[in-house]
Design a protein around this ligand. Sequence first.
Ligand code: MN
Length: 228
Amino acid sequence: MWRFILNLQGFLRHLLPKSKFICISSNKSQSYMSRKAKILRKTKETNISVDVNLDGKGKYQIKTKIGFLDHMLEQLSKHSLIDMKVIAKGDTHIDLHHTTEDTGIAIGEAIKKAAGKLRGIKRFSSVLIPMDETLTRVSMDISNRPYLIWKVDLKVEKLGEMDTELFKEWFQAFSQAAGITLHVENIYGDNSHHKIESCFKALARSLREALEIDKRIKNILPSTKGKL
Ligand SMILES: [Mn+2]
């Protein structure tokens, strides 16, 4: 009889799909939960959908109808390892302001939603990213205290079809929506494409570090205040 029950257990286990998100026991459930979110944001100016998986591999599908912005958001996904699907339809016949700003809001909201209660995250990170002659630093605190410091001067007025002043707008929108204290500083550099691309790569790498679960504090909120 016991042999029959053991065989039955083995058989049932065989039927279960192999997924790392299965909760093996209730007290470990938080660390096995998936950190995914979807945001749909529709206004009279833009219609945006964003899907993110914070524990992904940097797979992306980005379609904003703004070539240079697509190039930057692909960097963001690739180097943060956040799987990201971003489909944006905006009033680009007016200019690129609304679509740029609103993708920053929607991606920020999606990351905040996916990060949930922020238990066990590393919270802080500071990275230096070079790109040829350019060096950029990004420091962040995933704190629910949105703040942007932006020390990036660009010599040219346009990159691709984008006005270069739009990049500060994107980072401002992102930091506010994500609830992140975000300091971006281009320390030196010459080429404006390199300067901006290094900002997005540094943001990506910084997000990867700060959102990572610290195995020593699983389920614990990294705050003496008890609230983030
Ligand atoms: Mn490039």
